[in-house]
Design a protein around this ligand. Sequence first.
Ligand code: ATP
Length: 231
Amino acid sequence: MNLSSLSFFRSHSKGNKQFAVIGLGRFGRAVCSTLHNLGYEVLGTDIDEKRVAQAMTDQIAAHAVQLDSTQPSALKEAGIFEFDTVIVAIGNYLQESIITTLNVKEAGVPHVTAKASSEIHGKLLQRVGADRVVYPENDAGCALARSLTKPAILDRFEVDPENSIVEVLVPEAFDGKTISEIQLRSRYGLNLLAVCANNKFEVNPGPNLRLWKGALMVLIGANKNINRLPL
Ligand code: ATP
């Protein structure tokens, strides 16, 4: 289960199958290839012809076009304004990133996700209309720090700054105990959403289900309570 994928449902319609990615740096290429491998139709664009050619050679997108995304006419000609979702993956060129985001929002693209490389960059992107701003370097740094300190937390979806849904390995202290014996709700203030073993999820497990070390639990609750788990 990849909890980060839950955030997708915040702002995207289910039937969306086409994406345009502007900027084919490391981040943009990763977005393209992942969407492409998931079976979505992706158009990749970059101002640099070599990066466009490389994207085609590496087959990370169905289509790739060279264009300057600061030019609304170039975006229009390439059909970018017809896309439901556009990802502005220009992290290191502040002006180009802001102008591109402004261009696609002004043209009425419903869902625009933009990459920010700093807090002020993110604020500017929001001001020009980005529907979602992501901070991949910051997020990767936070995730690394968490995994170093709490390796039993395999995945985390931040509901808001105080609350999360986490996927954790059942700790030694819970081994062989039933859900009611552990008293997750009364002792830890956490709700158990699912238990997983051998890649099979049991959603809303009953109180008599016995846990064992090595299985996975999906829990929702306050971060401060999650930190109290004996992981
Ligand atoms: P990194 O690759 O260092 O992880 P990144 O993925 O954020 O960072 P950037 O260095 O920001 O990538 O570059 C993103 C891409 O955006 C580059 O390939 C660059 O050529 C492209 N780009 C920059 N300006 C424009 C523009 N005006 N129109 C289209 N593409 C652009």
